[in-house]
Design a protein around this ligand. Structure first.
Ligand code: FAD
Length: 296
């Protein structure tokens, strides 16, 4: 019996259809994706499948952000893995009403073997909120133009559209002994940061630096914690990430090494890590970071 199957009773189906692919593609599409704590969790399912889901609501959160609410029978009981839980979404090709979804736990090679004209397009998004008893979850998608299938889909998504999702993993796992939280990212990290701060208990100090495309893209974030959010609207012409990096370099931060969540554009993540480790001498083990996308 494989190690994987020792983890769960045989024939138990996870509501999430969780899966560790045989050869997982990088989480960040075409980017590196490394984190001291970002290992894929042990697989919990014996019948991994991409879940068919339907769009039941579409809402404009801000000019650059669309919230898509997905519903499906297999989302009933969808387990929360953590605040920055992410999923892969499978989008249909043009002309298809629904995507062809992989059915086996070797979902990645299986997906690659689907003939290109009907092969689903796979992208990564964070679960902004899930309502397991209603079988619903929200994903917030940045509309960054017409230059990618994810953003294009977010621009034309309608109630009734059908896609697939595959539950993946989480990186945000703060140990209790670190005194405060530092959250850093661009707009692609905002769903994760929003979810993290909503889950923080009262009494925890948290400071967030969030770069957004425009002043209209700030959001109201609910939190019981002692939270300060520094919204950093991008100045036209400035490269993504520069505002966060400048703010981080100049910030007067509380004493002690925080638990750091850092995500967003690849160069932002790389340079912010440097500022945190070499500049501020934080413990590398206190950082969870992931490149979400790469400018190019
Ligand atoms: C674990 C994880 C969680 C994520 N969660 C979210 C989330 O909740 N919401 C979200 O919106 N994104 C999220 N992302 C990022 C998202 O997966 C990427 O932005 C993805 O590349 C978007 O796909 P696309 O088809 O729109 O563009 P692609 O086809 O991947 O890229 C096309 C072009 O668009 C550019 N581009 C890609 N993304 C962006 C962007 N965000 N801003 C500006 N230009 C961009 C690329 O540089 C490229 O030139 C997450 C990524 C990871 C790895």
């Amino acid at each position: 019996m494989s190690k994987r199957h020792q983890l769960v009773p045989a024939r138990v189906r996870s509501a999430n259809g969780s899966v560790t692919p045989a050869q997982p593609p990088s989480a960040a599409h075409r980017t590196d994706s490394v984190s001291t704590e970002s290992v894929l969790r042990p697989t919990l399912a014996t019948e991994p499948l991409a879940l068919p889901v339907e769009v039941i609501r579409v809402a404009q959160v801000s000019p650059s952000m669309v919230r898509v609410t997905l519903s499906g029978e297999r989302l009933l009981g969808f387990a929360s893995r953590g605040a920055d839980q992410w999923v892969r979404i499978f989008l249909p090709r043009e002309g298809q009403r629904r995507p062809v979804l992989p059915a086996t736990e070797r979902w990645w090679p299986e997906t690659c073997a689907i003939p290109e004209p009907i092969r689903p397009i796979v992208r990564n998004y964070t679960v902004r909120r899930s309502r397991p008893t209603a079988g619903e979850l929200d994903i917030d998608i940045v509309r960054h133009g017409e230059c990618g299938p994810g953003t294009r889909w977010a621009g034309r998504v309608r109630v009734g559209d059908r896609i697939g999702i595959l539950d993946q993993s989480t990186t945000y796992t703060p140990p209790p002994y670190l005194p405060w939280r530092l959250l850093l990212g661009d707009e692609s990290a905002l769903p994760a940061i929003g979810s993290i701060v909503e889950g923080l208990p009262a009494g925890v100090r948290a400071i967030a630096f969030v770069e957004v495309p425009s002043p209209l893209d700030t959001q109201h974030l609910e939190s019981a914690a002692d939270l300060t959010v520094h919204w950093l609207p991008r100045t036209p012409g400035l490269r993504v990430g520069v505002r966060v990096l400048t703010a981080l370099r100049d910030a007067r931060l509380p004493d002690g090494c925080p638990y750091v969540f850092l995500s967003g554009e690849q160069r932002l993540v790389r340079n912010a890590r440097r500022l945190l480790l070499a500049g501020r001498n934080y413990d590398p083990k206190a950082l969870c970071f992931m490149s979400y996308w790469r400018l190019g």
